[in-house]
Design a protein around this ligand. Structure first.
Ligand SMILES: Nc1ncnc2c1ncn2[C@@H]1O[C@H](COP(=O)(O)OP(=O)(O)OP(=O)(O)O)[C@@H](O)[C@H]1O
Ligand SMILES: [Mg+2]
Length: 130
């Protein structure tokens, strides 16, 4: 299992969510964050130059996924979040030791995304028709 954290542009969030859904990723936590990604702006002043570190609005997504979902999740984020300009964001992948579903006590892969993308989409379509 891995914990995938992605920082993306807020204006790409809708596309990222759609791509993740298509990849079968169903458990996501989203935060609006301020981030700095290395861009430095220089301001000219009377006695020299001041470096200004600008913080930009970003969205951070966190997804705990089982191994088969790691590469599809990364691919979905890359294709949906990329504009090709600086500030597109980053993806961090960390090993994940334990996951517990509180309702059932299920652990690890049974507690994260446990069904295939196909099953997720079929279920969503079924619910949309109700
Ligand atoms: N090393 C890092 N650690 C933590 N957060 C980071 C790191 N790098 C980037 N971020 C987060 O990602 C956001 C977007 O970063 P950004 O896309 O500018 O990364 P970058 O490595 O500078 O790539 P680029 O060259 O495309 O700008 C930042 O605002 C910050 O929230
Ligand atoms: Mg940057």
């Amino acid at each position: 299992m891995k914990l995938i954290t992605a920082v993306v542009r807020p204006e790409r969030l809708a596309q990222v969510k759609a791509a993740l859904f298509r990849a079968g990723v169903t458990g996501i936590t989203i935060n609006r964050v301020s981030g700095h990604g290395g861009e430095v702006e220089l301001q000219e002043h009377y006695r020299g130059r001041t470096v200004v570190l600008e913080f930009r609005e970003k969205v951070r997504l966190e997804m705990a996924v089982s191994e088969p979902f790691v590469e599809p999740t990364i691919k979905a984020i890359l294709t949906s979040a990329r504009t090709g300009h600086v500030g597109d964001g980053k993806i961090f992948v960390q090993p994940l030791e334990r996951v517990i579903r509180i309702r059932t006590g299920e652990v690890d892969t049974a507690a994260v995304t446990a069904v295939t993308a196909d099953a997720v989409q079929k279920q969503a379509l079924k619910e949309a028709k109700l």
